[in-house]
Design a protein around this ligand. Structure first.
Ligand code: AHR
Length: 498
C-alpha cells in the first residue's frame, strides 16, 4: 500500500473561506427555471409556482449565492420583459439556446425564490445587446429605494422594499464568439468600465464582477484578462473565470482536472497582480470562479424554439463525483483569492439536482461532494503540506496522487480534511500529522467509491451513488492519525474537540 504524508497546522492558514465559494447558478436555459425551480402545475408547487421539493434540496446544500439569469442567455435578454403583470409579458426568442422564453419568471420572482431558498442573488446585466444605460435602469429598479421611474415601477409591481442585490456580473463570457454580440477585449473593457461607473453611481454598495476568459483554451487567454483589467481594475471587485472538464478518454487525466484548475487560478491571479502593479493600485482583486463543473453534452440535439427543452441534462457518474471533489479541494486551497464560485448549474442543466416534469426529484452523484464541502468546508482553509507520489498524465504532466484540502472551524472546534485518492489500483494510507490539533478526535470518515465508476443515480435507483460511512479504527486523540483511503475514492475526514 502506498503511503501519503500530510501535515496540517492551525498556524499555517490560507485564509477565511468566504461562504460565497459555495455559490451556484440558475440560467434561463433548458429546464433550469421552467420545470426546475418553477412549475406552477406541479403538486408540490407553492402559491407562487416554485417547487417545494426543489427548494428543500437547494436549502440542504446551504448555497449562499445564486447567479441569475445567465450565462449566455443574458447577452440577448431584456430584463424589462420579465417584470409586471405576467399576462403582459412577451414570449421571446432566446438566441443563446434557441428556445422560447415565456418570461413568466423575471427578476422579481427570482428574488422571491431566493428568499425562500435562503440565498443571495448575484445578478448579471446584458453587455451583449444591452447598453450601459439599460444596466443602470436595472440596478435602479432593483436597488434604488423610491421616487424615480424604475424604483417606483418596482414598488408598483409589488416590491415596496428594494431588492438590494449586492453582487453584479458585467455581462457573461464576452470573449466568446458564441456570445450574442461578443466583443474584443478593448471593446468589452471600455463598455464594462462605463457600465460599472453608472452602476456604482446608482448604488455604491454593490460589488462588480468583470468577465475574465471563458476558458484557458480561448486563443485570447490570458491577454483578454490583462486588457480588460487595465480598463476596469479600479472599478470592479472581481474577475471571473469559467472552466468545465470532461472525460476525454483517460481516467487518469480526467482525475487530474484539479491540477489544471489550480494552474488556471494561479495564472489569473498573476495576471491580475500584474495589472495591480502596472496601474499602481492598492487594491487586491478577488477571483469569482463563477462557472465550474464537469460537463459533457456540449453539442446539443436541437429542440428549435421550444419552451424549456431538455437541454444539457448531463447525468453524473461516480467518476464525475470524484473529479468534482478534487476540484472543490482546489477551490478551498485557493480561497485566499477565490472569494466566490458558482457551481454551474443548480437544477437540471449540468446540475446536482434533477427533476421530472410533474414528477420527482433526485440528487445526482455530484450533489454529495458539493454538499459535504459546503457544510464542512467553512472557517479557515489550512495549508496541506503533502508528501506523496505523483501520477503521470498526458495533458497535465505529473500531478499528485492524492489531492487534499483542510478547513478549521474554530468556533465549532472542528477540522475537516477532504481527500481524493486517484490511485486506480490500491488503497492509500494517509498519515495525517495534526500537530496543533492533538486534542481532536475523529468523528466521521465518509467515502464515495465503488466498483462501477459509471454508476449513476436515476429515478429508478436514486441512491445508487452516495457516500458511505466507514468504521473509524483507532479513535485516539494525538498528533499522527493513520487513515486508509480506498482506491479511487473521495474521502471526508471529520475531527472534533467535542
Ligand atoms: O453553464 C452553461 C453555459 O456555459 C453558460 O451559459 C455559459 O456562460 C457557459 O458557456
Amino acid at each position: 500500500m502506498k503511503s501519503v504524508k500530510c501535515t496540517i497546522d492551525k498556524d499555517y492558514g490560507i485564509g477565511e473561506v468566504d461562504p460565497k465559494l459555495f455559490g451556484s447558478f440558475i440560467e434561463h436555459l433548458g429546464r433550469a427555471v421552467y420545470t426546475g425551480i418553477y412549475e406552477p402545475d406541479h403538486p408540490l408547487a407553492d402559491e407562487q409556482g416554485f417547487r417545494k421539493d426543489v427548494l428543500e434540496l437547494v436549502k440542504s446544500l446551504q448555497v449562499p449565492i445564486v447567479r441569475y439569469p445567465g450565462g449566455n442567455f443574458v447577452s440577448g435578454y431584456n430584463w424589462m420583459d420579465g417584470i409586471g403583470p405576467k399576462d403582459n409579458r412577451p414570449r421571446r426568442l432566446d438566441y443563446a439556446w434557441q428556445s422560447i422564453e415565456t418570461n413568466e419568471v423575471g427578476i422579481d420572482e427570482f428574488v422571491d425564490w431566493s428568499k425562500k431558498a435562503g440565498v443571495q442573488v448575484m445578478a448579471a446585466v446584458n453587455l451583449g445587446t444591452g447598453t450601459p444605460q439599460n444596466a443602470g435602469y436595472m440596478i435602479e429598479y432593483c436597488n434604488h429605494p423610491s421616487g424615480t421611474y424604475y424604483s417606483d415601477l418596482r414598488r408598483k409591481n409589488g416590491h415596496e422594499e428594494p431588492h438590494n442585490i449586492k453582487v453584479w456580473c458585467l455581462g457573461n463570457e464576452m470573449d466568446g464568439p458564441w456570445q450574442t454580440c461578443g466583443l474584443t477585449a478593448e471593446e468589452y473593457g471600455k463598455k464594462a468600465l462605463e457600465t460599472a461607473k453608472i452602476m456604482k453611481w446608482v448604488d455604491p454598495a454593490i460589488e462588480l464582477v468583470a468577465c475574465g476568459s471563458s476558458s484557458p483554451a480561448m486563443p485570447s487567454y490570458p491577454e483578454w484578462d490583462r486588457v480588460v483589467l487595465e480598463h476596469t481594475y479600479e472599478h470592479v471587485d472581481y474577475i471571473s473565470m469559467h472552466r468545465y472538464y470532461e472525460n476525454e478518454g483517460s481516467i487518469t487525466d480526467f482525475l487530474a482536472s484539479f491540477a489544471d484548475m489550480d494552474d488556471f487560478i494561479k495564472t489569473l491571479i498573476a495576471t491580475a497582480d500584474y495589472v495591480k502593479a502596472k496601474t499602481r493600485s492598492k487594491k487586491r482583486l478577488k477571483i469569482s470562479f463563477d462557472e465550474w463543473n464537469v460537463w459533457y453534452i456540449k453539442k446539443q440535439t436541437r429542440f428549435p424554439w421550444e419552451v424549456a427543452p431538455p437541454i444539457l441534462e448531463d447525468q453524473y457518474s461516480l467518476l464525475d463525483a470524484l473529479v468534482f471533489g478534487g476540484m472543490l479541494c482546489t477551490l478551498l486551497n485557493n480561497s485566499n483569492r477565490v472569494k466566490m464560485a458558482c457551481l454551474a448549474q443548480l437544477v437540471n442543466v449540468i446540475a446536482p439536482i434533477f427533476t421530472q416534469k410533474g414528477g420527482g426529484v433526485i440528487k445526482q452523484a455530484i450533489f454529495y461532494p458539493f454538499q459535504q464541502v459546503s457544510l464542512y468546508g467553512r472557517g479557515q482553509a489550512i495549508k496541506t503540506l503533502v508528501n506523496c507520489p505523483s501520477i503521470e498524465t498526458k495533458i497535465y504532466g505529473d500531478v499528485p496522487l492524492v489531492q487534499i484540502a483542510a478547513t478549521y472551524h474554530e468556533e465549532d472546534g472542528n477540522v475537516t480534511v477532504f481527500a481524493l485518492n486517484c490511485d486506480q489500483q490500491e488503497e492509500v494510507e494517509l498519515s495525517l500529522d495534526m500537530r496543533s490539533f492533538e486534542d481532536m478526535r475523529m468523528i466521521e470518515h465518509l467515502v464515495m467509491d465503488g466498483p462501477d465508476l459509471n454508476a449513476k443515480n436515476t429515478f429508478a435507483e436514486p441512491d445508487k451513488v452516495k457516500p458511505r460511512s466507514v468504521k473509524i479504527l483507532g479513535n485516539e486523540a494525538g498528533a499522527i492519525r493513520k487513515i486508509v483511503m480506498p482506491k479511487l475514492s473521495w474521502n471526508v475526514l471529520r475531527f472534533s474537540k467535542k
